[in-house]
Design a protein around this ligand. Structure first.
Ligand code: SAM
Length: 190
């Protein structure tokens, strides 16, 4: 397993490198359509990097960073609330959030279906998700997937079209954007 609980300093210092400018722009574009003071769940948030990028374009939103690694969350900035929890068992009531963000975290979830059920449960009607992750159909994506599996991680990497189909099975309307070996998916609960 990757010892995330000891890697907060690393992600705080270098984490932004894995988010190219184009992805930050797509995130800001996506957030333009989110209601004022919407509630945002940053899932598998680590140090809260996705919330930080989001706050730069929408400082009216309310952020909660959720991660099982408590020491990662200690690096979250003061405007980000934190909660130690896993995607598969979210300590929130039905319809609590307008948006769920997942930045390079989905592939770490142990049980994708259980996590998606929880995401659907805590999202409001017509709530939205934003996923940024590695595309396992590319050489680099495959290599990262193999490397993580060797480290004992679940390595639940997707070909984006397969994840889109899965999201549709859970009631989302999803759109993919590809960025060489990475992709973003924005999806709305229908
Ligand atoms: C590569 S880090 C990404 C962190 C952050 N989103 C970022 O972009 O800097 C993956 C994160 O997923 C978290 N994680 C692992 N298993 C998880 C689970 N079952 N539910 C939620 N988060 C999980 C890890 O603790 C880690 O902080």
């Amino acid at each position: 397993m990757i010892p995330f609980n000891y890697l907060g300093w690393f992600f705080k210092t270098f984490g932004s490198i894995i988010y190219p400018e184009v992805v930050r722009q797509i995130l800001c574009e996506f957030l333009k359509n989110v209601p004022t003071q919407a509630k945002i769940l940053d899932l598998g948030a680590g140090t809260g990097m996705m919330s930080e990028f989001s706050y730069k374009c929408r400082d009216d939103l309310s952020f909660i960073a959720v991660d099982p690694a408590e020491n990662m969350l200690k690096y979250a900035l003061p405007y980000i609330k934190t909660q130690v929890a896993s995607a598969e068992d979210l300590p929130f009531t039905e319809g609590s959030f307008d948006v769920v963000l997942m930045g390079e975290s989905l592939h770490h979830f142990n049980n994708i279906d259980q996590a998606l059920k929880e995401i659907v449960r805590v999202l409001k009607k017509e709530g939205k998700i934003f996923i940024y992750d590695f595309d396992v159909s590319t050489f680099l994506g495959k290599s990262i997937c193999r490397g993580e599996k060797l480290l004992g991680e679940p390595g639940n990497f997707f070909v984006p079209e397969i994840l889109k189909k899965k999201l549709e099975d859970y009631g989302f309307i999803a759109e993919i954007s590809k960025h060489r070996w990475r992709y973003t998916i924005v999806a709305t609960l229908s």
